[in-house]
Design a protein. Structure first.
Length: 179
């Protein structure tokens, strides 16, 4: 999978990307907003296994490039005509510059409009969640057209044992077509 728009590229992760992905996943500063202030503690071998699962799969782990530089990751998991997505700009120098909005729009367009993908599994709904404290992400999701469908209070504990709450969002094909 590869999506290109000006200086932004979203593409399937390759084995060459595993070292950078592993570095981000094990960095507590990068992963803190996801509830992992100590990082994931994953081995490079496990990261390689996860990335190697990309081949010929409907669901994908992807990397984000801006100006030919690896700056983040995203993923989509498709099951029964629905896609769960996640996106993270890991390079702090590229945060708060509007890239998240642009990246999400590109990914959503791909999921709803790509003929090859939709001939295999027509996507009728995209959903995601974010930490209740991540107000910046919530503003972006709502600006793009996602609908807040609920909040799950104190539904899990982070690495430090603190209860965390999550906000759930969705965008249906009808919502997308009405944008």
């Amino acid at each position: 999978m590869k999506i290109e728009n000006n200086k932004i590229v979203i593409r399937s992760a390759k084995l060459d990307d595993t070292k950078q992905l592993n570095t981000w996943w094990n960095d507590g500063k990068v992963m803190e907003h996801a509830g992992f202030p100590k990082g994931l503690g994953e081995s490079l071998e496990k990261t390689k296994r996860l990335v190697s699962e990309n081949e010929n799969q409907l669901s994908q782990r992807c990397v984000i490039e801006i100006d030919s530089k690896l700056v983040g990751e995203c993923s989509y998991r498709i099951y029964k005509n629905e896609a769960a997505i996640g996106i993270k700009i890991c390079d702090f120098n590229y945060q708060n510059k509007g890239y998240g909005t642009e990246l999400l729009k590109l990914l959503i367009k791909f999921l709803f409009e790509d003929e090859n993908l939709n001939s295999r599994e027509k996507i009728n709904r995209i959903f995601l969640d974010t930490n209740l404290n991540n107000k910046r992400a919530q503003r972006v999701y709502e600006k793009i057209g996602f609908n807040k469908v609920g909040t799950r209070k104190n539904c899990w504990k982070d690495q430090l044992g603190r209860l965390q709450s999550v906000v759930d969002y969705e965008m249906t094909r009808k919502d997308y077509n009405n944008l």
